[in-house]
Design a protein around this ligand. Structure first.
Ligand code: ADP
Length: 371
């Protein structure tokens, strides 16, 4: 690591010289400039670690220099030196991004101390940034690794199982067939888990900022109900939305993510239901929000489990409901997506009676107000 480079910007030659002398005795490289314009030019060219700048100079002021330094590279530490050390000017300099303040006259020790503190601050900030970048890279690589190296072979194995199970590879006796069927079910569970985990990581990574636009939640729910009702019926569950087909519930959201939220809620409402049970959807407006309730007549959730069901991998019982296919990630995915929309998700439940999940998504424009 080269010694830190310090740029001194001061119109007084004696100040530039004395500061240089002090710093050159330590492990610093020093550059000087006699006004703000020349100082900023040197900053762009040399990218110093810290800049010591006089507040009062002819031409562009120290305040302007500090502001521009922040635009060039916010990691450059600016230390302000001035003869008229008032609290106001100190506060103003700090507001504009200066790290610290040195009133004239100052001792060599004071200058060295402030500078070494500033450089330590910079070192820690740079280190944190490097770590953050490395972590992000690691996560990105991990996601790619999981989706390609782990998921692809599992999908291939499952396809082989399907070929065997449908007797396309020749007849298979009942006992080995049954074992393969169970292996295939476990594999389906594992693939669900990997897909859910990938979804969760992608939400963490990209967020939803910039993706939201006005959309009709009524249309989305109708589409999902049409899609899911037939399989619910096969399990003896009635899934329907008796809402007015013409009503529009315009929210601000990302369609794909919100579809995922309601798919997870509806599929739970079906899976954790009782034979002959029902799933009801209710959409309404509240000031600023579109509110959607998914209510089921299922097994319910005991009070002591309720605070944890949005946690990752939390499952009340692996025996009930999805029978090994659930990952325990569906609700945490739903919560992450809803919160990324600046919305809220809540649950109320009574064991043996049923559960209600309530989702609030910000309404688009004035659509949700006035109700
Ligand atoms: P899973 O993949 O296990 O369904 P979720 O995150 O979707 O994971 O749900 C977490 C747990 O919350 C489930 O395992 C289940 O015990 C409980 N749960 C979720 N929805 C309902 C519901 N509608 N009725 C009863 N229990 C539910």
């Amino acid at each position: 690591m080269p010694d830190p480079l310090i740029l001194i910007i001061d119109d007084e030659e004696s100040m530039r010289d004395s500061c240089s002398q002090i710093l050159l005795k330590g492990r610093y490289r020093v550059e000087t400039a006699s006004d703000g314009t020349a100082g900023l030019e040197k900053t762009r060219e040399l990218r110093p670690d810290a800049v010591i700048v006089d507040l009062k100079m002819p031409g562009i002021s120290g305040f302007e220099v500090i502001e521009e330094l922040g635009r060039i590279d916010p990691r450059i530490m600016a230390i302000v030196v001035t003869g008229y050390a008032t609290v106001e000017s100190a506060v103003e300099a700090m507001k504009k991004g200066a790290y610290d303040f040195l009133p004239k006259p100052f001792t060599p020790e004071e200058l060295r101390m402030i500078l070494s503190r500033a450089l330590e601050h910079r070192r820690v900030a740079l280190e944190a940034e490097t770590l953050r970048r490395e972590k992000q890279l690691l996560e990105e690589n991990f996601i790619t690794m999981v989706s390609h190296q782990l998921r692809s072979p599992l999908v291939a194995i499952q396809q082989y199982f399907e070929v065997i199970l449908s007797d396309l590879a020749g007849p298979v006796e009942d006992k080995p067939k049954d074992m393969i069927r169970r292996a295939s079910e476990r594999l389906t569970g594992l693939l669900h888990l990997i897909n859910d985990w990938l979804d969760l990581s992608r939400i963490d990574q990209k967020g939803l900022i910039g993706k939201v636009k006005p959309l009709d939640l009524g249309r989305i729910l109708r589409k999902l109900v049409d899609f899911m009702a037939p399989s619910a019926r096969q399990s003896g569950i009635t899934l329907e939305w008796p809402g007015d087909a013409a009503a529009v519930f315009e929210a601000l959201g990302d369609e794909e993510s919100l579809e995922q939220v309601f798919t997870n809620l509806l599929s739970n409402a079906v899976s954790y239901n009782k034979p002959g049970g029902r799933v009801e959807i209710n959409l309404r407006r509240e000031p600023g929000f579109i509110v959607c309730e998914v209510r089921d007549t299922g097994i319910g959730i005991a009070q002591d489990h309720l605070p944890f069901i949005f946690d990752q991998f939390y499952q009340v019982s692996r025996r009930e409901g999805k029978r090994g296919k659930g990952s325990g990630l569906g609700l945490s995915i739903a919560k992450k997506i809803v919160e990324a929309h600046a919305g809220r998700i809540e649950v109320s439940s009574e064991p043996g009676v049923g559960s209600t999940f309530t989702v609030r998504i910000p309404a688009s424009g004035r659509a949700g107000e006035g109700a």
